[in-house]
Design a protein. Structure first.
Length: 502
């Protein structure tokens, strides 16, 4: 009886009643909060391109939100300044924005979002406004490399940054640069060069080197790194036992393919592969002619006999495919979906074909002249080519011209897909390069003379280069109905053999 009295008195204590009251009030507040929802503002947790330098290979950025968003309100209020048209897709709280075309190089962009709302279950048009978001990214600088022709620049590899209007000489005066290929990040360039004295004596001593450009293009998926000082040269492949001829660099920058000839036994020639942390070694397949590494960085297209062989980049491996119809591969689309190939016809004409990865072959043009080079636009909608037309007369003469080939119009047999852009009279040895964003073409214009013993700069045809000029051709709406006369090239610098950096 006394135990019950004590328990009853304990529950009636003031502090117990206060604690019980607080618990009831807190429970009620928690219930109201759960019923009314979270009132903190939704926000963008991550922007994949924030403060990055973006290149043509970067195809989309991602916004990650702190909670599920109302898709329509986000899409209606997202702003990119300057405008960059594109498509939006969603995966939970992540929104991907894919531009319709590569962002033009040398441009600063601002990405802004406000007035968008989060998504409340079962309630349309209601929700909490997103925390205002504003971040920036920029595209890589518009820069290209070329070989100098005048004074102390003669034969030296030079980088010109169009965005900053800065010229940088990369190689020393005692090397004469013959060819080059930039690495994917633009921080280095692979080049072949001969000693100037040996070059003037007519000796073939080309060796492969790399040189730093001093540029640092920070890709979105890589940590921030400081640029190396420009002009640091590293020997990749010497010429003591073999002559080094044509070479190519894979798209991932990890494999070099070189055509080599044994100095003691000229009958021993073929292609070699050079890869990091491995000794140079011959591919071990039958010798071939012109070649090109495929975009997958794992296979090689090479002219062999009466066709083009596709070889894996593994010594002594069997060919993956053989295309007997064609004699040369000019270029691949960046995604590997198609290639531009040349067929040599029995009537002494040449045909340019578009061959896709499904085996479909489409003849784009047939010419009595030559098809010198071609490059695909970033979205594979246009093929830019350097062609020649045969000039009627007593002497055989070809006149080069630059042309844009509309690959969509090529499917219509009633419409010619070839639109000439610029005619280049009295020229033959011309080289062109398409910018990574597809908005401009670089090409050179050379003045030549008969070679002398002391000439160090020569064309592919053996003529001495007296001087050269680089030109920039804008390509906005190059395949539209705009008259070609409205597209005028701009003279840039003395030099030759231009090549855009990625």
């Amino acid at each position: 009886m006394s135990g019950k009295t004590v328990t009853s008195k304990k529950f009636l204590q003031p502090i117990d009643r206060l604690a019980l009251g607080v618990m009831l009030v807190l429970g009620l507040l928690i219930g109201i909060l759960l019923l009314s929802g979270d009132h903190t503002a939704p926000r963008v947790r991550d922007f994949s391109w924030q403060d990055k330098q973006v290149g043509a290979e970067d195809t989309a950025f991602i916004l990650t939100f702190s909670r599920p968003m109302d898709h329509a309100s986000v899409e209606a209020n997202l702003q990119i300044i300057p405008p960059l048209p594109g498509k939006i897709s969603w995966a939970g709280r992540r929104m991907a924005y894919t531009p319709n075309f590569p962002a033009p190089y040398g441009t600063q962009y601002q990405v802004q979002l406000k007035e968008a709302k989060d998504k409340l279950p079962g309630i349309e048009g209601k929700g909490t406004l997103v925390e205002p978001f504003s971040r920036s990214f920029r595209t890589r600088d518009r820069a290209f490399a070329y070989v100098g022709v005048d004074g102390q620049e003669q034969g030296r590899l030079i980088v010109y940054n169009l965005t900053t209007q800065k010229k940088t000489i990369l190689t020393p005066v005692d090397l004469v640069v013959m060819d080059f290929k930039p690495y994917p990040e633009g921080d280095r360039i692979l080049f072949s060069a001969s000693d100037r004295k040996s070059q003037e004596q007519g000796l073939v001593t080309a060796q492969l080197y790399t040189v730093t450009t001093g540029l640092s293009f920070q890709s979105p998926d890589q940590p921030k790194a400081s640029p190396e000082t420009f002009g640091k040269i590293n020997l990749v492949l010497d010429s003591k036992e073999y002559q080094n001829l044509k070479f190519d660099l894979s798209a991932d920058g990890k494999t070099i393919v070189v055509q080599r000839v044994n100095r003691r036994n000229p009958a021993e020639f073929g292609v070699w592969i050079v890869q990091p942390d491995a000794k140079p070694r011959p591919l071990g397949n039958q010798p071939g002619g012109d070649f090109l590494i495929a975009p997958d960085s794992a296979s090689l297209a090479i002219a062999q006999g009466q066709g083009v062989a596709i070889l894996p980049l593994k010594p002594a491996a069997k060919p993956l495919d053989f295309l007997p119809k064609f004699g040369m591969v000019l270029s691949f689309a960046r995604d590997g979906s198609a290639a531009a190939m040349v067929k040599f016809n029995t009537d002494y004409t040449r045909s340019l074909f578009l061959v896709n990865n499904q085996g479909v072959e489409k003849e784009l043009l047939r010419t009595a002249g030559s098809v010198l080079s071609c490059e695909f636009a970033p979205k594979n909608e246009t093929l830019y080519c350097l062609l020649t037309q045969l000039i009627q007369g007593e002497e055989y003469q070809e006149e080069p011209f630059l042309a844009a080939i509309d690959l969509k119009a090529a499917s219509d047999s009633k419409q010619s897909p070839v639109k000439p852009l610029v005619v280049l009279p009295n020229q033959r040895d011309i080289q062109m390069s398409l910018s990574p964003d597809g908005l401009a073409l670089l090409f050179d214009q050379l003045a030549t003379r008969p070679p002398a013993a002391t000439d160090s700069l020569r064309t592919n045809e053996g003529q001495a280069i007296a001087t050269g000029v680089l030109w920039l051709l804008p390509l906005v709406n190059a395949t539209a109905s705009t008259p070609p006369a409205q597209i005028q090239p701009e003279q840039l610098l003395p030099g030759f053999h231009p090549g855009w950096l990625p």
